[in-house]
Design a binder for this molecule. Structure first.
Ligand code: FAD
Ligand code: 2HG
Ligand code: ZN
Length: 472
């Protein structure tokens, strides 16, 4: 449901008599919100694209309270949307049709880092930034990093199998999660927090919850594998002619610099928006911006700059370059990349797609997306950027108007034809559910539906997410 539809939603839903009192007796009255001024921040997604009212936001403090709250909602027949930091980009964490919102923000305990195993257990509602600060004090780091770190929660990142800026070296959340505690729709608590690196005793329910987008259970605690806290980082911003050149540089560096952590691609039009909205100076002193920028970062315990420079000197593709090793200068280079989402949103509510295609298809796919945008939504602005090493483009389109669905359809079909995925890291949510069959066979979808029914037979958790009710 997008903003255009909200006017047709009718009256604000109210909680069935008795539910608010019962929730209050579980979590305390302060943590049951029904005043529209207080629920408002939980009703609209980060982009402003998905919005609908909720009768109640409940904020439990532990798994026991989550279980009791879910049972109460089930008893009153009120479905529940689990919500973490509400930075999700596919509409899966906000209400659609009068669901209650179960906010995890009070599930934010940080247990001490286990130095023996290099793991930590944290509450699902802890933000990534809080967990980063916590484990860095113990000499460790969280492998996954992303620009929404100050608000995105670990539970939300597990639920969406978030990827982010370092997947090329460490993998997405799936690779970091070694255990979870989760509450099923019927209130039973699944505890898989032992964190044993080896365990071949049957189905891996922990991993099933990674990427389940709140449709199977509410994740309440997460045990993470940690990585070393690297002391030295070097960041370069490279100006290039085109996507093919960026891929050549990536191949060259990836093959010879094992400390490569990030490879992020942006284009001139995105950079222009970042200049405009974030008021950043141009990274290079040229009259016209370069067509493509590739940001590379290496991290190690000893200065990785020489290795990186040596590799780059072998590239015939560099039009220009900037390098930074101190924190402030590195942050400045990152701002051009990390500022994209904010800058796009400052222009209006975008159509967002998050796709990946095999790397050998990326350059031709880029051209096709540009062509499809011009064809289906002439006048719309396409801002492409993303995580180059995974072939993961964030396709942001401003001003597509009524062509939104048609354009999504055309781009996602182009992805499917190339053997790609319709969601590389943001999840399916409600935004992409009707297109899941483009890249998932009937047998996959059948098994997914059976799994959903086994965990949540009454569809209490996140109805409409992953499983579309719309015709494709
Ligand atoms: P929410 O938005 O609250 O929820 C997301 C989904 O998870 C919903 O379906 C919700 O129901 C479910 N959920 C949340 N918590 C739980 C729980 N405890 N148990 C069960 N289900 C739960 N994503 C990337 O992958 N890579 C990026 O680089 C990246 N960068 C971003 C940059 C910006 C500026 C923004 C705004 C977003 C970015 N995102 C990125 C998307 C977003 O940050 C991630 O999807 C994040 O994982 C969502 O976490 P959250 O706590 O905000 O979840
Ligand atoms: C990023 O990589 C995020 O910055 C957000 O995944 C992408 O805004 C987007 O489309
Ligand atoms: Zn991303």
């Amino acid at each position: 449901m997008n903003v255009a539809d909200t006017a047709t939603l009718g009256a604000r839903p109210s909680a069935p008599g008795g539910l608010l009192d019962q929730l209050g007796s579980i979590v305390g009255g302060h943590h049951v919100l029904s005043d529209p001024d207080l629920t408002a921040g939980h009703e609209t997604d980060w982009t402003g694209r998905f919005t609908a009212p909720t009768p109640v936001v409940v904020r439990p403090h532990n798994a026991h309270e989550v279980a009791a709250a879910l049972r109460a909602c089930a008893q009153y027949g009120v479905p529940v949307v689990p919500q973490g930091g509400n930075t999700g980009l596919v509409g899966g964490g906000v209400p659609r049709h009068g669901e209650a919102v179960l906010s995890t923000t009070r599930l934010a305990d940080l247990e001490p880092v286990d130095q023996l195993s290099g793991q930590v257990t944290v509450g699902a509602g802890a933000t990534l930034a809080a967990v980063q600060r916590h484990v860095r004090e113990a000499g460790y780091d969280v492998a996954v990093d992303l620009a929404a770190r100050d608000s995105a929660t670990i539970g939300g990142m597990v639920a969406t199998n978030a990827g982010g800026l370092r997947v090329l070296r460490w993998g997405p959340m799936r690779g970091q999660v070694v255990g979870v505690e989760a509450v099923l729709a019927d209130g039973r608590v699944l505890n898989r927090l032992s964190g044993l690196p080896k365990d071949s005793s049957g189905y891996d329910l922990t991993q099933l919850l990674v990427g389940s987008e709140g449709t199977l259970a509410v994740i309440t605690r997460v045990r993470l594998r940690l990585i070393p806290l690297f002391t030295d980082r070097v960041t370069v911003l490279l100006a290039l002619q085109d996507t093919a050149a960026a891929l050549r540089v990536l191949a060259l560096v990836r093959g010879s610099v094992p400390s490569l952590d990030s490879a992020e691609i942006t284009y001139a039009d995105g950079l222009e928006l970042v200049h405009k909205h974030l008021r950043l100076p141009a990274p290079f002193r040229t009259r016209a911006p370069y067509p493509v920028h590739l940001l590379l970062e290496c991290a190690a315990q000893r200065d990785p700059a020489d290795d990186l420079i040596e590799a780059l000197e072998r590239s015939p593709d560099l039009l220009d370059s900037a390098i930074a090793t101190d924190e402030q200068a590195r942050r400045a280079l990152w701002a051009y990349r990390e500022g994209h989402t904010d800058a796009v949103n400052a222009e209006g509510v975008p159509l967002k797609l998050d796709v990946a295609v095999p790397l050998e298809e990326l350059a031709s796919f880029e051209q096709e997306v540009r062509g499809l945008t011009a064809h289906h939504a002439p006048g719309a602005r396409l801002v492409l950027f993303g995580h180059l090493a995974e072939g993961n483009y964030h396709v942001n389109i401003l001003g597509a108007g009524d062509s939104d669905a048609q354009l999504s359809d055309a781009v996602l079909r182009a992805v499917a034809r190339r053997g790609g995925t319709i969601s590389a890291e943001h999840g399916i949510g409600i935004a992409k559910a009707r297109w899941l069959s483009l890249t998932r066979a009937a047998v996959d979808l059948d098994l997914a539906a059976v799994t959903k029914r086994a965990w949540d037979p009454d569809t209490l958790l996140n109805p409409g997410v992953l499983f579309s009710t719309d015709p494709a």
